[in-house]
Design a protein around this ligand. Structure first.
Ligand SMILES: [Fe+2]
Length: 443
C-alpha cells in the first residue's frame, strides 16, 4: 500500500509516535503517573525479565485502553489448526504436495484465521520447545477480529496475494517474495485482496535471529538494515457489536470480546516488534571454486535451540544466483540428513526438480529420509558444459529446516487431498553407471 512507512534495522531499539499525537511517547521514563494524551502504558515482554542484554526483548505500548479490558476467553473451533502430533501413524516417506487449494471467495468466506491448516510439526508449546508448519489459504479479510499467538513466533511467507497486516505496532504490506515475522503475543489482523496463500513457520520458545557470519565477515546474507518495522498507527474505534480477539494458547484457539479496536497504540518504543524483509535483498554467498556448498549458506533467519549450532528451525532460501563451480555436479547432492527439511516454492522452478514441485505446493524430507535430484536432473547435469550460468532465475524456493523430527497431521496426509502419491517415482529413473573396469582417463 502506497504511503506506508517503515523503520530500518533488525531488533533495534525503535521508538515511534503516530504523527496525529506528537509528544505521545513519555520522555525519560516508561510509566509516568499520568501518560501524555491520557494513554495507558503497557509492557509486552518477549523474553524473561532477566535475560542477558543481548537477548532481552520488550516493548512499551501507549494505548487508549489496555489489553486487559476484555470479556473472558472461551474455546472456539480450531478448524485444521492443531498441535496434536499423534493424529496419524508416522510416515518416513518423501512427501510432496501439489499446490494447496484456496477457497473461492464466492463459495465460502474464509479469512486468515479460518484458513490456517497445520501440515506438520513437533514439540510442545507448553514446554516452550518445538515447531509447527502451517499453510494459510484465504480470500476474505479479517473483520473486527485479530489474532494473537501466545505459543510462539510466526514467520509468514506469502506465496500468492499480498497481505496487509495491521498490528499493534502499525501496518505492514507484505507481498510474495517478502516475508514477515510476528513475534509471540503481538496482535494482528490480516487484510487480503483476492485468493491468497502462503506458508507459516511457527517456533515455540525462541525468537528468530540473524545467523552468525563467521569468516564471511560483517556483511552478507540478510543484512540488518533491510529489515523493516512498522511505524505507530492507531484507531480510536468503538465496536458496539464486539471486537473479537482470537488467542492461540497451548495449541488451541480461544476467543474473547471487547468493545474497541485493539489497534489503539498511539506510540511505542522498544526492541520487540514485528518486521518484514524482502528476499530480493539477500546477498547470496556461494562456491566460486568447486563442489556444492551446504544449504546453510542461504540461511536468512534462525531460531536457535540451546545446543550450539543446532536450530529449532532455520529459514533458508534458494535465490537467483550464478553457478560457477568447476568439475562439479552442481545441483544439490544426494543426502540423508539428521534434520527435517520442509520446502516450499514461492515462484518459478526449483533446480533439483523440474517437474512436480510447484508454487504453492510443498515437500517434506524427514530425518534420514534419502532425497536428491531426480533422474533427469542427474543425467543432464552429469554431462552439462560447466560454464558460468544463472541458476534459479525467476525462482524463489525456500526451506524450513528443523532439528525436530516432525509428524505430519491428518490434514497434511489425508484431508487436504494434495499429497502426490507418485513422488517416489521421480527417482525411479536413476540407474547404475557402475563400471568395474573403469580406469582414470590419461591426461
Ligand atoms: Fe536436503
Amino acid at each position: 500500500m502506497a504511503g506506508l512507512k517503515y523503520m530500518s534495522g533488525f531488533g533495534n531499539e525503535f521508538s515511534s509516535e503516530d504523527p496525529r499525537c506528537p509528544g505521545s511517547l513519555p520522555e525519560g521514563q516508561n510509566n509516568p503517573q499520568v501518560c501524555p494524551y491520557g494513554l495507558y502504558a503497557e509492557q509486552l515482554s518477549g523474553s524473561a525479565f532477566t535475560c542477558p542484554r543481548s537477548t532481552n526483548k520488550r516493548s512499551w505500548l501507549y494505548r487508549i485502553l489496555p489489553s486487559v479490558r476484555h470479556k473472558p476467553f472461551t474455546p472456539m473451533s480450531c478448524g485444521d489448526l492443531t498441535e496434536n502430533w499423534n493424529e496419524v501413524e508416522p510416515d518416513p516417506n518423501q512427501l510432496r504436495w501439489r499446490p494447496f487449494n484456496i477457497p473461492k471467495s464466492s463459495e465460502k468466506k474464509v479469512d486468515f484465521i479460518s484458513g490456517l491448516h497445520t501440515v506438520c510439526g513437533a514439540g510442545d508449546s507448553k514446554s516452550r520447545n518445538g515447531i509447527a508448519i502451517h499453510m494459510y489459504t484465504c480470500s476474505t479479510s479479517m473483520t473486527d477480529r485479530c489474532f494473537q499467538n501466545a505459543d510462539g513466533d510466526l514467520l509468514i511467507v506469502p506465496q500468492q496475494g499480498e497481505i496487509l497486516i495491521t498490528t499493534e505496532f502499525g501496518k505492514m504490506m507484505v507481498e510474495p517474495n517478502e516475508i514477515c515475522v510476528i513475534q509471540q503475543g503481538m496482535r494482528f489482523s490480516v487484510d487480503v485482496f483476492g485468493e491468497t496463500r502462503g506458508y507459516i513457520l511457527e517456533v515455540f520458545g525462541a525468537h528468530f535471529e540473524l545467523p552468525d557470519l563467521g569468516p564471511i565477515g560483517a556483511n552478507g546474507l540478510a543484512n540488518p538494515r533491510d529489515f523493516q518495522t512498522p511505524v505507530a498507527w492507531y484507531e480510536d474505534r468503538t465496536v458496539a457489536t464486539g471486537y473479537t480477539i482470537v488467542n492461540k494458547y497451548q495449541g488451541k484457539l480461544f476467543s474473547c470480546q471487547q468493545d474497541f479496536s485493539p489497534f489503539n497504540v498511539v506510540a511505542w518504543h522498544g526492541n520487540y516488534s514485528p518486521y518484514k524483509y524482502n528476499l530480493e535483498n539477500f546477498m547470496a554467498i556461494n562456491c566460486v571454486a568447486f563442489d556444492h556448498a551446504d544449504p546453510s549458506i542461504f540461511t536468512v533467519l534462525t531460531a536457535k535451540s540451546t545446543r550450539p549450532g543446532v536450530a529449532i528451525a532455520d529459514f533458508v532460501i534458494f535465490p537467483p544466483r550464478w553457478g560457477v563451480a568447476d568439475r562439479t555436479f552442481r545441483p544439490p547432492y544426494y543426502h540423508r540428513n539428521c534434520m527435517s527439511e520442509f520446502m516450499g516454492l514461492i515462484k518459478g522452478h526449483y533446480e533439483a526438480k523440474e517437474e512436480g514441485f510447484q508454487p504453492g505446493g510443498a515437500s517434506l524430507h524427514s530425518i534420514m529420509t534419502p532425497h536428491g535430484p531426480d533422474g533427469d536432473c542427474f543425467e543432464k547435469n552429469s554431462t552439462a558444459l560447466l560454464k558460468p550460468e544463472r541458476v534459479a532465475e525467476g525462482t524463489m524456493a525456500f526451506m524450513f529446516e528443523s532439528s525436530f523430527s516432525m509428524a505430519v497431521t491428518k490434514w497434511g496426509l489425508d484431508t487436504c487431498h494434495r499429497l502426490d502419491k507418485n513422488y517416489y517415482k521421480c527417482w525411479e529413473a536413476l540407474k547404475s553407471h557402475f563400471n568395474p573396469n573403469w580406469k582414470p582417463s590419461s591426461k
